[in-house]
Design a protein around this ligand. Structure first.
Ligand code: ADP
Length: 463
């Protein structure tokens, strides 16, 4: 155990102004009167008690959003009017940048510099980006046979239910709320129970910017109660979710079993990186901090990483979001050791207070997995990446390899094609193998021979 992490008072000073549910433009208590504590990940101490939304509150919020959609001016406003409000919202975000950043770091534990210089400026920028779209959503005239006029018009869907996680509370807010508002929808947003504060703050700013009541409703609360109530609500027209794959499956099922609302899922992935032996290793280590051949180098970089109070200048990594996540990370590290992995550095608690983990990388925490591999072609690397991503539940693979780089950007079906292809017999040696991809010969992986070393390697695979 390293020395205690020194925790300074919150700077710049920030107050928690909003802890209630935001329904129909008003901050209100939960129908049950219940609250839950949101904690400072640096110390585990309570920052504030926040209203705990549940089924009844979701019902109230959805009714408000429905009314704002059916009767309100919002979906009927011109795109230009909506874009003006969103741009004013971005102005207010910029004005309050440091205050929002401090609130975010306090509740989430990420370095203050990252909040103040990246996340909050990005929030403003994304809102402006979507504001720009509001008056550019064109329809389409489709050529038709005979005396017909066929046109496609894009209309708002209605009430959007949105569920977001804690890792980037305000970028998630921007990516969900921005486009839905630009298009004229109304929203019920369920924030992550670990990080309820910053969304309430910026939602208030959105009202100051002129958005009508009921257009954005914010519910703090837990997944199986408030989140599930939103996912299965009969009057929600669209559900957008970002979070774990397991929860994604649950909300998809809830949506299907209720009103078959359309669902967009953004689920967990591990962003594997393939580094071939002609890569610039220093750059690769520094840029991605991810998988590579030279363990020592990664270790050296990991050891240099500064863990500490996220408000302190130069700290690269604050604490983990909560005790559950902290314990999960330590369990992953133990599981890795149990299955034969070498712990190169770190892996312990830092200090006795707060949820600081000594460094490695990822797993939604500072744990880096380094796997060595032999691959004679870029295609083998692509297949490997596709497989890793698939295992981790990711739905999108993209990587660039070689000079000039070959870039693969694979949709779900392409990913499963790649994995399926990996399990086909090689056309030359007839073992289960990874064929070489040669774009000049064929667009199909399965028709091509594999290299000897890959044939041997793949005999150990699970195909
Ligand atoms: P993460 O690992 O990112 O915390 P989760 O999927 O657990 O992923 O959480 C992401 C969001 O989903 C959070 O807002 C959480 O409250 C919500 N959530 C968790 N469980 C459910 C559920 N059963 N139904 C709806 N939402 C849920």
């Amino acid at each position: 155990t390293a020395a205690e992490v020194e925790v300074a008072p919150i700077t710049p000073p920030v107050h928690v102004n909003y802890t209630k549910l935001l329904i129909n433009g008003q901050f209100v208590d939960a129908a049950t009167g219940k609250t839950f504590p949101t904690l400072d990940p640096r110390t585990g101490e309570v920052i504030a008690h926040v209203a705990e939304g549940d089924v009844e509150d979701v019902n109230r919020a959805v009714s408000a959003a429905r009314k704002a959609f059916d009767e309100g001016p919002w979906p009927k406003m011109t795109g230009y009017e909506r874009s003006r409000i969103l741009n004013r919202f971005a102005d207010l975000i910029e004005k309050h940048n440091d205050e929002i950043a401090a609130l975010e770091t306090w509740d989430n534990g990420k370095p203050y510099e990252q909040s103040a210089q990246v996340e909050i400026p990005m929030l403003a920028r994304l809102i402006r980006y979507y504001a720009g779209w509001a008056d550019k959503i064109h329809g389409l005239i489709v050529p038709a046979d005979g005396p017909h006029h066929v046109q496609v018009l894009h209309e708002p869907i209605g009430v959007a239910g949105q569920i977001i996680p804690w890792n980037f509370p305000l970028l998630m807010f921007a990516w969900k709320v921005g486009p839905a508002l630009a298009c004229g929808n109304t929203i019920v947003l369920k924030t992550a129970e670990q990080t309820p504060l910053s969304a309430l703050f910026v939602a208030k700013l959105l009202h100051e910017a002129g958005v009508p009541d009921g257009v954005l409703n914010v519910i703090s609360g837990f997944g199986p109660t408030a989140g599930a109530a939103l996912a299965r609500h009969m009057d929600v027209d669209k559900l957008a979710f970002t979070g774990s794959t397991d929860t994604g499956k649950i909300v998809l099922e809830l949506a299907a079993k209720s009103n078959l609302k359309s669902v967009t899922l953004e689920l967990g992935g591990k962003s594997p990186m393939i580094i071939l032996d002609d890569a610039d290793i220093d750059q690769a280590v520094e840029l991605a901090h991810f998988a590579l051949f030279f363990n020592q180098k990664a270790k050296a970089r990991a050891l240099k990483r500064v863990v500490g109070d996220p408000f302190k200048k130069g700290v690269e990594q604050g604490p983990q979001i909560d005790e559950e996540q902290f314990n999960k990370i330590l369990r992953y590290i133990q599981a890795g050791k149990d299955s034969g992995a070498t712990l190169v550095s770190g892996g312990d608690r830092v200090g006795s207070k707060g949820w600081n983990v000594d460094c490695k990388e990822e797993i939604f925490g500072p744990v880096q997995s380094i796997l060595k591999f032999k691959a004679s072609t870029a295609a083998a690397a692509a297949v490997l990446t596709a497989e890793i991503s698939h295992v981790r539940g990711s739905y999108l693979v993209s990587l660039s390899i070689g000079t000039p780089p070959i870039t693969f950007s694979a949709s779900p079906s392409t990913v499963s094609d790649l994995i399926w292809t990996q399990c086909q017999p090689c056309t030359q040696c007839f073992t289960q193998s990874t064929p070489i991809y040669d774009p000049s010969k064929s667009s199909s992986f399965s028709k091509l021979p594999c290299s000897d070393n890959l044939c041997k390697a793949s005999q150990k695979s699970n195909c």
